[in-house]
Design a protein around this ligand. Structure first.
Ligand SMILES: [Zn+2]
Length: 169
């Protein structure tokens, strides 16, 4: 697996001075470190993890979003989703996988999957800020995997966008 951390630190769990300063400056967070090491520990069982670029991880409520390289989602979902199940068990959270360097639409589609998005549009608020309105297709039963409040926080933290979620037929 590739990350901002060097492979020495990933393997040893002890941070070199370069990685330590990245942690200090906030370039890497404590969560990034924890998730990178957890994913690394799964590499032996799931070799396709070796090819994945792990960018960062963000937690909100009981949801953990991990951002990986473009095209890496399929690799993470290989082995019938076992990697994500194991990661979820280890960290005690539900996992969302997002891709780095994609546009807002793709980001939101991945964030809200398996729900489908009908429309995304920008709304201007009187205080001169904008919100991104996401209209999702109403499902008969609310998916237990979707925690709207947590996903809003994740969108804010990763993309700086304020989301308003609505459901429609
Ligand atoms: Zn290092």
């Amino acid at each position: 697996m590739k990350t901002e951390l060097c492979s020495f630190c990933l393997k040893s769990g002890i941070l070199c001075s370069s990685c330590r300063s990245k942690l200090k400056s906030g370039e890497i967070s404590e969560i990034d470190l924890k998730i990178a090491q957890t994913l690394f520990s799964l590499e032996k069982t799931y070799p396709s993890l070796q090819d994945i670029y792990f960018h960062k991880a963000v937690e909100a409520n009981r949801v953990l979003a991990i951002v990986v390289g473009k095209g890496d989602v399929a690799r993470l979902l290989s082995y019938g989703g076992k990697i994500l199940r194991e990661l979820g068990k280890k960290v005690g959270k539900r996992i969302r996988v997002l891709e780095n360097g994609v546009d807002d639409r793709k980001f939101l589609e991945d964030l809200f999957a398996p729900l489908s998005i009908i429309t995304i549009n920008k709304i201007w608020i009187p205080d001169d800020t904008t919100q991104t309105r996401v209209i999702l297709r109403k499902t008969r039963r609310q998916s237990p995997l979707i925690n709207v409040e947590a996903l809003k926080k994740i969108a804010k933290e990763l993309r700086g966008i304020t989301i308003r979620v609505e459901f429609a037929d």
